[in-house]
Design a protein around this ligand. Sequence first.
Ligand SMILES: NC(=O)c1ccc[n+]([C@@H]2O[C@H](COP(=O)([O-])OP(=O)(O)OC[C@H]3O[C@@H](n4cnc5c(N)ncnc54)[C@H](OP(=O)(O)O)[C@@H]3O)[C@@H](O)[C@H]2O)c1
Length: 267
Amino acid sequence: MKYGFIGLGNMASAIIEGMISSGRFSDDQILGFNRSEGKTQKLKETVGLIPCASAAEAATQADVIVLAVKPQMMGGVMEEIARVVGTDKKVISIAAGLPTAWYEERLPKGVSVVRVMPNINAKVKAAVTAVCGGSCASEEDIQTALGIFETIGKAYRMEEKMFSGFGAIGGASGAFVYLYIDALADAGVRAGFPRPLAVELATQTVLGSARLVEETGEHPIALMNQVCSPAGTTIEGVMTLKKRGFEAAVQDGIEAIIRRDQELSKG
Ligand SMILES: NC(=O)c1ccc[n+]([C@@H]2O[C@H](COP(=O)([O-])OP(=O)(O)OC[C@H]3O[C@@H](n4cnc5c(N)ncnc54)[C@H](OP(=O)(O)O)[C@@H]3O)[C@@H](O)[C@H]2O)c1
C-alpha cells in the first residue's frame, strides 16, 4: 500500500516521521508533494520520502491520499486531483473545519473519504486524533486511518458531529495548558526560582500529574483528594482556585471555542 501526502508542512512531517519510526511503514511506501520544494527535500533526506512533482502525481501513485494543506488551499488541490482519483483510492484529510461531505461533492462518486483531526502533540508522538468516515468509507478505511494516526499518539473513532467538541477538548485546550504552565511559572518566579527552572518545574508537574491520571486510571478528583491533607496547605490553594471560579472559567473557555467553531462553519 502506498501513502501519498499532499502538503508536507508541520503536521504531515510529524505524521510521516511517526509512521516511519513505528516500523509499521517503510520509506518506499511514503511519497509526497509540497508546493515549495525545501520541505520535500528535507523529508527525503531524513525519512526517505519519495518526492512527487505534483499533487496529481502523488494522487496517481498512491493508494491512500493524505490531504495535509491548509483548509483554504484545499479547493485548489481538489481541482488538481479529482480527475485522477477513482474508487480504488482512499482519501484521508486532516484539514480543520471541512466536513467529509465537502470532499465527496468535489470527488468522483463513491470515493472513500476519511476525516481526521490530529493535534500538534503529534510532534512528540503524543497526539490525540479523532477519526470519522464519510458516506462511502468502509470499516477497513477507518482502520487504515487509525493505523496511521496511532503511530503519533492515540486515535479515537467518533461520529463527525463530535468533531467540533473534539477540536476544543482534544485540540485548542492545549493553549489552556500552556497558559496554566506559564501562570504556574510566574508564581514560581515570585517564590524565588529563576524563570527557566520555574518553567521546568511547572512543566514536569503537569506532565507527571497527567501520567498519574493515565497510569493509575484513578479519577482526577480522587488523586486531588490524596494530596489535600486535612487542614493542610494544598486544600487552601484548591479552595482559593474554586472560589475564583477556576473550573467554571475552563468550561466557559471550552464553550466559547465550540461556539466560535460553529459560527465559522456557518460562514
Ligand atoms: N497544526 C495543527 O495543530 C493542526 C491540527 C489539526 C489539523 N491541522 C490541519 O492540518 C493541515 C496542515 O496544517 P499544518 O499546521 O501542517 O500547516 P503547514 O505547516 O502550513 O503545512 C501546509 C503545507 O501545505 C503546503 N501547500 C500549500 N498549498 C499546497 C498545494 N497546492 N499543494 C501542495 N502543497 C501545498 C504548504 O507549502 P509551502 O511550504 O509552500 O507553504 C505547507 O508546507 C491544515 O489543514 C490544518 O487545518 C493542523
